[in-house]
Design a protein around this ligand. Structure first.
Ligand code: ZN
Length: 247
């Protein structure tokens, strides 16, 4: 089974649709690691699109915050403005949908999915030190996580945590990681709607674990069109600008 792995879409329908177009015909089931909404201008449209994919979806910290399951005061002032704007936009059915999203970890297709980490849906796994416990206590050989908006991940080799960073090269839209048997892998598909790894293109992954392969994809999209909608919605300027830098 080939799984489309989406994360951190953040209300960016243009990026999501560009990713879906690139991935068309290449996957059979979709999963989403949370943060469908917030920051971006299209929260209702993104929820509708994810529902149409019948994606197996867990919640992220922003999904919680916009429906009041987390305190927006824990966010920085710019993020708080966006949480409150998104909260106002949500239709009642979409609000109810977000409220009912389960938290990770969940298992599907022989792998695990979490938003932050195995132990805390709000924890960021930025470094090898932070990845170690999740690798040692993994529930399945492969765990997909999101939250950091940084594509790549970690594995254990000879007792050491190894950082995996596989940017597609040579004009290819994706690079392929081979999953070696016996080693645990913590993998981040990257963010669809607000990448923060210095590369502004939308990021996602396609996993085919029976064939021991995970593809890390990058797809360009019309960033200017999204920035225009954000400006019309009077969303904070730093959030608008960062899309172009992928930071
Ligand atoms: Zn996020």
């Amino acid at each position: 089974m080939r799984y489309l792995i989406l994360s951190d879409i953040h209300g960016n329908l243009t990026a999501l649709d560009a990713a879906l177009k690139a991935a068309e015909g290449r996957w059979q089931k979709a999963v989403c690691l949370g943060d469908l909404v917030d920051y971006g201008p299209d929260p209702n449209e993104v929820i509708g699109r994810v529902q149409s994919l019948k994606a197996f979806t867990i919640r992220g910290n922003h999904d919680k915050a916009v429906v009041g399951l987390a305190d927006p005061d824990e966010f920085n002032p710019i993020a708080r403005i966006s949480v409150l704007w998104t909260r106002e936009q949500l239709t009642p059915p979409n609000r109810a949908y977000l409220e009912k999203l389960p938290s990770g970890p969940k298992q599907i297709g022989g792998f695990s999915i979490v938003h932050g980490s195995l132990f805390d849906e709000d924890e960021y796994i930025f470094t090898p030190e932070l990845a170690l416990d999740g690798l040692l206590e993994a529930l399945t050989p492969v765990t997909f996580f999101g939250h950091t908006h940084i594509q790549g991940g970690f594995t254990l080799r000879d007792g050491q945590v190894e950082v995996l960073h596989l940017p597609p090269a040579g004009g290819n839209p994706f690079s392929t990681l081979t999953i070696e048997p016996g080693a645990p892998f913590l993998l981040n598909p990257g963010s669809i709607g607000q990448p923060r790894d210095g590369e502004p293109r939308a990021a996602f992954a396609i996993a085919d674990l029976e064939n021991r392969s995970v593809e890390f994809w990058r797809v360009p999209y019309n960033i200017g069109a999204v920035q225009e909608r954000m400006a019309r919605a009077a969303l904070p300027e730093p959030l608008i600008l960062r899309l172009a830098f992928g930071r």
